[in-house]
Write a protein that binds this ligand. Structure first.
Ligand code: ADP
Ligand code: MG
Length: 215
């Protein structure tokens, strides 16, 4: 029997590659969701943005914090819609939180995502329940933190985070949007799933396909 290697860290390049593939595969769905309560560009924004990120970080031999900062800067510069600056800020702040650490292990991942969420809230001022990406990212971080505190291995903790993000995205359906373009619709935004929360769940699910042994 082969020895199994336990994944204890996230590869940022693999995460960005998997996130890029996931948003590209779901681009039509994301655009459909954004057509219902926005301007129908979310699939294109995310696909174009993460393609540029993959190009930027590919082959760059830097510690994870620097790669995250590079990824964030790329999103900010390449994506015109709200999601570019928001996810860009999230990744930049995440990178700053990781600092010069050699490996993005579970504890650092929680801190990185929490710093990213804080950046999103600072920039966009969305509160939980406003029908935004915050409603997927917030529960994901809580689930990740709880699972790790419970002694669960990183792969299980990341899976729990992605489950929570998906549940959070589904929970945006009955919400009325209070931030972003969808808020212009007022009550008519009710009954639709938020595109940004949906893509956030895809990005969190992609984390689980980017786990590697540390060091
Ligand atoms: P735009 O709204 O500029 O067309 P996108 O369609 O790419 O940009 O992204 C829309 C998503 O951005 C929304 O579904 C929502 O999740 C997120 N969003 C918009 N405004 C905010 C905000 N103030 N805070 C957090 N997320 C936001
Ligand atoms: Mg849009």
């Amino acid at each position: 029997m082969e020895a199994t290697t336990v994944a204890t860290a996230v590869s940022v390049t693999a995460w960005m590659r998997e996130a890029s593939a996931a948003v590209a595969a779901e681009a039509d769905h994301l655009t459909q969701l954004d057509s219902a309560i926005g301007d129908g560009d979310h699939g294109v924004n995310m696909t174009r943005g993460f393609e540029a990120v993959v190009e930027a970080v590919d082959g760059v031999e830097e510690p994870p914090g620097k790669q995250l900062i590079l990824a964030g800067k790329t999103l900010v510069s390449k994506v015109g819609g709200a999601s570019g600056p928001l996810w860009g800020t999230a990744l930049r702040r995440a990178g700053r939180a990781v600092g010069g650490a050699e490996a993005l292990d579970g504890g650092r991942l929680v801190d990185a995502l929490a710093a990213g969420l804080a950046g999103v809230v600072e920039l966009g001022a969305a509160e939980p329940g406003d029908k935004t990406m915050v409603d997927a990212l917030g529960p994901a971080i809580e689930a990740l933190r709880a699972a790790l505190a419970n002694g669960e291995p990183l792969d299980a903790a990341v899976a729990a985070a992605a489950d929570a993000a998906e549940a959070g995205a589904r929970a945006t359906v009955p919400m009325q949007a209070r931030k972003g373009r969808a808020s212009y619709l007022g009550e008519r935004s009710v009954g639709h799933q938020d595109p940004g929360a949906t893509s956030t769940a895809l990005i969190l699910r992609a984390l689980g396909r980017a786990l590697v042994p540390a060091g």
